[in-house]
Design a protein around this ligand. Structure first.
Ligand code: EPZ
Length: 422
């Protein structure tokens, strides 16, 4: 297994371009199942999770062709069939359950291995399933699979008991071909949901209100395939701004949407960093005096849980006390132990981490436990004294395209070493 070797202490400087958003691409790729014909998606990042989701839709009869150089994914759907989406794929990537919405919409049956808990929490899919039931499906758990069947999907009013990105996108896809009107309440407002909404509208769906708490869908009889360009990845953009911040460098992040990371920009500004923005870029400029931060992760437009770990790395290097409350996932502090190995001072009490800034982190052998925890370790290593080796980097391969190249472009001393012992 490959590992990263990062020599810390270099201030990052320069410009970096953001790739397409993984978490927008995943539901959009799945939504291609809603129409027969060829869908052409551009700005699709070359990532493990994208490979996994294309394997999932291939199980269901889609043919795919990905040009990794151009980031263009072509999907042909002619013979959609109900087949089991196996445990191997679902356990690698929970977003595999997104196929339930389109499968129910088109064939009235979906059969997907039920995802278990994962590294960041229990992550049930009960809201997805309750929504499908409201639209007329019957749900059974059979031998570890969740099987949904519907003779006819009918529009309904459904209030999500909790804001869920996954349930919102799954139910949007289930409802676009249902008979009549569906009203979804307490929806996630993440930009990823909006990107899916735009794609569905391009396919001919009648949807209003995506990006608000209330989405209204008038079912149509048929959708057509469409060409679409995936929006930029806001979490990747935020990660590079934080890489600039932790090395006290000057980094301009291009090909992004500054509005999508308002909560992060605000936090960095309050800490003392200077932030400049243009139409499609944000720049972080080092500050002479920094203070800690108090943040709480929340559904969009609140502070994103996916930037909690990378932000924590920064806070370990900032004078004074900072506090992070993680309110989205119950086990999203797995990076804390590894950051402590690098000299960070962090106490965890329930869902709260209390961070006391130290003068300097120091290198240590560490391991990634999930994608964003992995990003946090890369950032910490960039700032630490000495050379840090980071293992299990398949986690960051899931969500950061060309991580090594992009960081090298900003002047980091990072090497991806082939092979390794654990
Ligand atoms: C999406 O996960 C993202 N994944 C996550 O990004 C992200 O952390 C998360 O949204 C929150 O923003 C993708 O888009 C593929 P949720 P999702 O449903 O949809 C609970 C990354 O690193 N819940 O919004 O699975 C759930 O347990 C990943 O890129 C239920 O209780 O998240 C959690 O506490 C990790 N029942 C909360 O809701 C349900 O049926 C929010 O989860 C569904 C969710």
């Amino acid at each position: 297994m490959d590992f990263y070797k990062i020599k810390g202490g270099k201030k990052l400087n320069g410009e970096v371009a953001v790739s397409g958003a993984k978490n927008a691409a995943l539901p959009i790729i799945v939504a291609s199942l809603l129409a027969d014909g060829e869908t052409v998606l551009s700005n699709v990042p070359n990532l493990m999770d994208i490979k996994t989701i294309t394997r999932v839709i291939e199980c269901l009869g889609a043919e795919t062709d990905y040009d990794a150089e151009k980031n263009v994914l072509r999907i042909r759907v002619e013979n959609l069939r109900c087949a089991e989406v196996p445990y191997d794929l679902v356990k690698t990537m929970r977003a595999s359950v997104y196929v339930m919405g389109p499968m129910l919409a088109r064939l009235g049956i979906a059969d997907v291995s039920l995802p278990g808990g994962c590294a960041i929490g229990e992550r049930p899919i009960d809201i997805h399933l309750a929504g499908f039931e409201a639209l007329g499906a019957e749900i059974d758990i059979e031998h570890g699979n969740v099987v949904a069947r519907a003779r006819k999907m009918r529009g309904a009013n459904f209030i999500m008991k909790k804001v869920s990105v996954g349930a919102t996108v799954n139910l949007m896809m289930a409802a676009v071909l249902a008979e009549g009107e569906t009203v979804l309440e307490n929806c996630a407002m993440e930009p990823d949901v909006v990107d899916l909404g735009r794609f569905l509208v391009k396919m001919g769906a009648k949807i209003n209100g995506f990006g608000t708490e209330r989405i209204v869908i008038q079912g149509v009889k048929k959708l057509s395939p469409a060409s679409y360009s995936i929006m930029p990845d806001r979490i990747e953009a935020g990660t590079y701004l934080l890489a600039g911040a932790i090395t006290r460098g000057d980094v301009k992040v291009n090909r992004m949407e500054p509005d999508h990371i308002g909560a992060l920009r605000e936090t960095l500004g309050e800490m003392g960093f200077r932030i400049e923005n243009g139409k499609d870029w944000t720049r972080i400029i080092p500050a002479t005096k920094l203070t800690g931060a108090y943040i709480k992760t929340l559904p969009y437009p609140g502070f994103p849980t996916d930037l909690q770990a990378p932000l924590m790395s920064l806070l370990t290097t900032v004078p004074g006390i900072s506090v992070i409350s993680e309110t989205i996932f119950e086990n999203r502090f797995t990076h804390v132990g590894e950051l402590r190995r690098m000299g960070a001072s962090i106490d965890v009490e329930g869902n709260m981490a209390i961070i006391k800034g130290v003068k300097r982190l120091s290198s240590a052998p560490v391991m990634m436990s999930d994608l964003r925890a992995g990003a946090a370790l890369v950032l910490a290593a960039l700032a630490a004294k000495g050379t840090t080796e980071i293992r299990r980097i398949y986690h960051s391969d899931r969500g950061y395209e060309k991580l090594t190249e992009k960081l090298l472009g900003l002047g980091a001393d990072i090497e991806r070493v082939k092979g390794g012992t654990f």
